[in-house]
Design a protein around this ligand. Structure first.
Ligand code: ADE
Length: 248
């Protein structure tokens, strides 16, 4: 079972987001469990302070080490083991499927959601194993980013998804060489026709059509992924075709 704790100003923001669909069912089946720790509960003064002005001046407030220390200690007691600590911040390394796969294998992940100007760097240096960003934009806090990390991890837990195939052939899967997924079409639909590439019934033709669609999509939307991919000769030939067709 994966244990996920979160240290945050507003842990309630995440609690119900994970009650639905795959994450909700997986929690009911005991595949993972959750503990949100609100930093105000771990303040040491009557005003329940969790932040302080930045040293040497500047705007905003910085989360203080004390409440974070006590909340992390409580998370450790809850699970009975020191967690892998991940701080969600726009200053982090981009979240990737490879990172998600690693986190999904941990026994206890503690997600730390920042707010305000951030967290005291001394606390980060002493406690954080990885700083992770969802992308090059700034959220008002790390709570929703933490929910995204949990969702991405939980769906990889064995038994979380009904159909084993569904993680093997999606975007970024190893079997896809790190490229995007091909487009999907519902078998029963309205009066819109299916693309001819899918209708002939020849499995090899369908596979080639799908591969080309996946490569074309990646070529257009995420050329950075293709630059890193270890492409086969067939895939290279398809990309040449795609490039030529785009000029036509
Ligand atoms: N907190 C604020 N912005 C964030 C981002 N882009 N990714 C992760 N955590 C964040």
């Amino acid at each position: 079972m994966l244990s996920v704790s979160m240290l945050a100003t507003f842990p309630e923001l995440v609690e119900h987001a994970l009650d639905y669909g795959v994450t909700g069912r997986a929690r009911e089946r005991g595949l993972w469990r959750w503990r949100g720790l609100g930093l105000h509960e771990f303040a040491s003064d009557a005003r329940k302070s969790i932040d302080a002005r930045p040293a040497a001046g500047g705007p905003g407030m910085v989360l203080m080490p004390g409440p974070l220390d006590r909340a992390l200690a409580a998370a450790t007691v809850w699970h009975g083991e020191v967690p892998t600590v991940v701080f969600l911040s726009p200053d982090g390394a981009p979240l990737t499927q490879a990172r998600v796969r690693d986190l999904a294998q941990c026994s206890h992940v503690c997600l730390v959601a920042g707010r305000y100007e951030g967290i005291d760097q001394r606390w980060i240096d002493a406690n954080v194993d990885a700083v992770v960003s969802l992308g090059d934009y700034v959220l008002s806090g790390g709570e929703l980013a933490a929910a995204v990390v949990v969702d991405a991890c939980v769906r990889l837990l064995p038994g979380a998804l009904g159909d084993k195939e569904s993680t093997a052939f999606e975007s970024f899967a190893d079997s896809q060489g790190g490229r995007l997924d091909w487009p999907q079409y519902a078998l029963t639909c309205c009066d819109m026709a299916l693309p001819p590439g899918l209708t002939g019934g020849d499995h090899a033709v369908i596979q080639r059509w799908r591969l080309k669609q996946a490569l074309a999509r990646t070529w257009r939307r995420r050329p950075d992924l293709l630059a890193r991919a270890n492409l086969s000769l067939v895939e290279r030939a398809l990309i040449d075709e795609i490039a030529l067709e785009s000029k036509a």
